[in-house]
Design a binder for this molecule. Structure first.
Ligand SMILES: *Cc1c(COP(=O)(O)O)cnc(C)c1O
Length: 382
């Protein structure tokens, strides 16, 4: 496969001679009307009806018990870990192959990541790798799951649904039950992705979604905490909105809170975007099928959704047979104005996580060296 075939296909698809980004937002619905409405009403900030509307819409769409809007996905993840009762000094198992935000949220909780491998099926956290790490290094005590060598508590498992492809959740739930761990899903990339008919982010106890400008729908910047129970949802809303006790005029705050609430202005954009998510999903699936045909019978493997899942196909990804071809394709496509990108550097290679504990990372290292993301903006295709 040559870079010119990819460039030609992408240009033909997007019908432009200009620079083609990896993922750009599109606004064809009620975005302007709703945003204008917030400006006309002056309720652009922390109070306004769109925040509630957007939360109820996300609840209806995902089936979660309660959704709580936040300023961004990282804040949603931070709040989710806080609600999961991750404490300073705890260890948390996550994948080495993820976007840095997953680990930043852990870091700011005072927790330390343990990096284990991803599954070749989902590109997300591998349940077998988690079990292998735990059975070698952990034991269950009265204080919970303890890392034998350091004596530290392992509190949670944070899988990330890479590029929107759902991880093997049943198996991860079983591992978490066996080892007394909380499951927190980083569903930042997977709005619109379903695991055996259930929306991602609704299986873990508490999860995070992102509405950053490059995600499947956007609020400019924004996120959402998905809570498995009403009770957890009510507490999350309280904690993420300065923990203020309702009162007509007094300032009473009953615990240390976050100011993580999403402004009404952003929520207005989100309400318009969630109305058309179905259309984006259809367009993305169709684009994914066209990429599949392009790479069929070549030395390049297109990453398809796992059999048990319906993916949102947020970012299209291919796996090159060798590092040299990967480098060549990255260089030539980018030089031709078609944005392509390698996958993230593995987390344990970053300076702030270089001393983190790691399991075997064979699959993560393979993907780190061979994967490329391709332009994925949803578009009307043939
Ligand atoms: C986008 C993303 C986030 C964070 O979202 P922001 O809204 O940008 O803070 C977290 N985790 C993953 C895996 C992401 O892709």
């Amino acid at each position: 496969m040559k870079a010119t075939s990819i460039v030609e296909f992408v240009r033909d698809t997007y019908k432009t001679d200009e620079f083609i980004p990896l993922h750009a937002p599109t606004f064809n619905g009620n975005e302007k009307a709703y945003v204008t409405e917030t400006i006309d009403s002056t309720f652009v900030s922390s109070v306004g009806k769109f925040v509630d509307d957007f939360e109820r819409k996300i609840e209806a769409y995902t089936g979660t018990a309660k959704a709580v809007a936040t300023v961004n996905g990282t804040a949603a993840l931070h709040a989710a870990l806080y609600m999961a009762d991750v404490q300073r000094g705890d260890l948390v198992i996550t994948q080495a192959l993820t976007f840095v935000a997953t680990c930043n949220a852990l870091y700011h909780m005072g927790a330390k990541p343990i990096f284990v491998d991803v599954s070749p099926v989902s590109l997300g956290l591998c349940p077998k790798a988690v079990e292998a790490f735990l059975s070698e290094h952990a034991e269950i005590t009265e204080a919970g799951c303890i890392h034998k060598h350091t004596g530290k508590r392992i509190k949670a498992v944070v899988p990330m649904h890479t590029f929107g492809h759902p991880v093997e959740l049943d198996e991860l739930v079983a591992v978490c039950l066996k080892w007394d761990l909380v499951l927190v899903e980083d569903a930042a990339e997977s709005l619109g992705s379903f695991y055996k008919g259930k929306h991602t982010g609704t299986i873990g106890d508490v999860s995070a979604v992102s509405f950053n400008g490059n995600k499947i729908i956007t609020t400019g910047g924004g996120g959402m905490v998905l809570c498995k129970t009403q009770e957890l949802g009510v507490r999350t809303k309280h904690v993420t909105t300065t923990a203020k006790v309702p009162h007509p005029y007094e300032f009473l705050h009953d615990e240390p809170g976050f100011n993580y609430r999403m402004p009404n202005l952003n929520a207005a954009l989100g309400c318009a975007q969630i109305e058309v998510i179905e259309q984006y999903l259809v367009q993305k699936r169709s684009l994914a099928h066209q990429y599949m045909s392009l790479f069929e019978g070549t030395d390049i493997k297109y990453v398809v959704e796992p059999k048990y899942a319906k993916s949102n196909y947020w970012l299209n990804a291919i796996i090159c047979p060798d590092v040299e071809l990967r480098e060549q394709l990255l260089q030539e496509t980018n030089a031709a104005g078609v944005m392509t990108r390698p996958i993230w550097k593995l987390m344990h290679r970053l300076p702030m996580f270089e001393n983190a504990m790691c399991g075997d990372l064979t699959q993560s290292e393979f993907l780190e060296a061979h994967l490329i993301n391709l332009p994925s903006t949803p578009i009307e295709t043939k």
